[in-house]
Design a binder for this molecule. Structure first.
Ligand code: GLY
Length: 335
């Protein structure tokens, strides 16, 4: 069974299909009038798609190191050589790295061409492929260059999760844990397709209310300020969802240090993260000064200093101007 959800964005609303075999519905979501589909994927992704129109595959390298402007330029040059036009479509088949890069190339190519995401990882399905954030890394930080570019549709094929390496699957659970703290209940007890759909529904609601992150969408970054810093400083030794798991526990501990929550809430965070078999302590080799510098370059950082999404009596909130000493002391707790 394939579940159907919608990201509600007025005339740019789009469908998200979640279920086993959802990738076979690609032909029905290709934009009307598209004659060519540029399929962007990676060599080790075993899933093929049939767009039902003339299609060509463009391979990109794997890993965060290839998530850069050079890869985007190569893609766009490949699109141009093949004769992709503004009426055509890019189809991204893969995890968050592929949908971020292909989505960004689609946003830039000829000032914007339609993109459909076929998300083949848990992390991509519950987060990266939904909501229109696209972009690449700079040596200075993760996702520092990008664009909001909403897809025309997203296909979350549960069948593709069956072959994911265990570590990749676990990484997706780091983003799932985030949704538990955003109020999605019972995730651990649901069948996988329903759990993915519940996360998608939560994200669709948030994005529908605040597409450009001028308000509530920032809460989707819960755990991410430290997570992105760990990824940058640690040269991506941790997977994104693993770093998010550490970031969630850190955020709870920081909130406790600032008097916003008690021990019970910290324990809830640690319990959930551990029950997903995810790390709840900082990895070796990422030192506090480097993490603080990286967090200072985070997209949410303002002139008022470090910014975090923190739990509190009124639930999750964006908190600006957090004292760096409180951050350093909390990082020391996380060793
Ligand atoms: N991954 C956070 C967002 O899409 O806003």
């Amino acid at each position: 069974m394939v579940l159907e959800l919608e990201v509600p964005l007025a005339d740019r609303s789009y469908r998200v299909l979640v279920g086993s075999g959802a990738r076979h519905r690609l032909g029905e979501v290709i934009p009307v009038g598209a004659a060519k589909a540029a399929v962007v994927t990676q060599e080790d992704i075993p899933w093929t798609v049939d767009a039902g129109i003339d299609q060509r595959t463009f391979l990109i390298d794997g890993g965060e190191d290839a998530k850069n402007m050079e890869t985007v330029e190569e893609l766009c040059r490949g699109f141009a050589r093949w004769g992709l036009t503004r009426a055509d479509v890019v189809v991204a088949v893969g995890g968050g790295m592929v949908t971020d890069v292909a989505g960004f190339a689609a946003a830039l190519y000829m000032r914007g061409v339609a993109v459909v995401h076929v998300a083949t990882t848990l992390l991509g399905q519950v987060d990266a492929a939904i909501g229109g954030k696209t972009g690449v890394n700079l040596p200075e930080g993760k996702n520092l260059v990008g664009a909001f570019w909403q897809p025309s549709a997203v296909l979350c094929d549960i069948e593709t999760l069956g072959t994911l390496p265990e570590r990749e699957y676990r990484s997706g659970r780091g983003e799932m844990a985030k949704y538990a703290f955003l109020g999605v209940e019972g995730l651990r007890d649901m069948p996988l397709d329903e759990a993915v759909a519940a996360c998608v529904a939560c994200k669709a609601r948030v994005v529908g209310d605040d597409e450009r992150e001028s308000g509530g969408r920032a809460l989707l970054n819960y755990g991410h300020t430290l997570a992105h810093a760990i990824e940058t400083v640690g040269h991506y030794n941790l997977r994104h969802g693993e770093a998010v798991a550490v970031g969630l526990v850190f955020a709870a501990r920081l909130a406790r240090r600032l008097g916003r929550v008690g021990d019970d809430r910290v324990e809830e965070h640690e319990h959930l993260v551990r029950s997903y078999d995810l790390p709840d302590r900082l990895p070796e080799g990422v030192e506090a000064p480097a993490l603080l510098a990286a967090m200072g370059r985070d997209k949410k950082a303002t002139a008022r200093g470090l910014t975090f999404v923190l739990d509190g009596p009124a639930g999750l909130q964006v908190v600006t101007g957090v004292d760096p000493e409180a951050v350093t002391a909390t990082l020391a707790e996380m060793r």
